[in-house]
Design a protein around this ligand. Structure first.
Ligand SMILES: [Zn+2]
Length: 167
């Protein structure tokens, strides 16, 4: 069974009762990524979504929990961070041509909605905190190869320590 199918929810029962809310729980690995961030497949994504029928569609609302691996755009250090994104979107019964999310009959595909909310909720760029230097690829190896006494005399040593401290 493809991973994506875990996001497919039959919503005919909700659609036929305006104002009715149904809770769905989703727990599945995903392979989403954007720029300097990748959503890790493990632990799996967890979402507790309320689906509520409103005129014109279904409101999709609830928290989505993921663990994201970030890669610093300066020094390429990687770290993982847990993120919770509160989703609030409308899936329309009819395609209004406004790039909104649209139901496929009685079937709601939550994947594009949750993916967009998670990925668009990320910062534009990943940066070490505290800030690192702009070392770039390979710089760390060269620094580590240098003798300790030589390192202490360079301005890079202090910056390197900053990056190490963030680990
Ligand atoms: Zn960095």
């Amino acid at each position: 069974m493809p991973t994506g199918s875990r996001f497919l929810v039959p919503v005919g029962d909700v659609l036929r009762h305006l104002g009715r809310t149904r809770a769905v729980h989703i727990e599945t690995p995903v392979d989403w990524s954007i720029e300097q961030f990748t959503v890790l497949p493990q632990p799996p994504l967890g979402a507790d979504i309320d689906l509520t029928a409103v005129p014109g569609g279904i409101v999709v609302r609830g928290p989505v929990e993921v663990v994201v691996r970030a890669t610093c755009g300066r020094c390429l250090r990687q770290w993982d961070e847990a993120r919770v994104v509160d989703v609030s979107q409308l899936a329309e019964t009819v395609d209004e041509g406004d790039d909104g999310y649209v139901l496929d009959g009685d079937l709601l595909d939550l994947e594009p909605i949750l993916r967009d909310e998670v990925l668009l909720g990320l910062p534009l760029v990943a940066r070490c905190d505290p800030p690192c230097s702009q070392l770039g690829e390979g710089a760390e190896t060269r620094l580590n190869a240098a003798a300790p006494e030589a390192r202490s005399d360079t301005p890079f040593a202090a910056l390197q320590d900053l990056c190490d401290a963030g680990d």
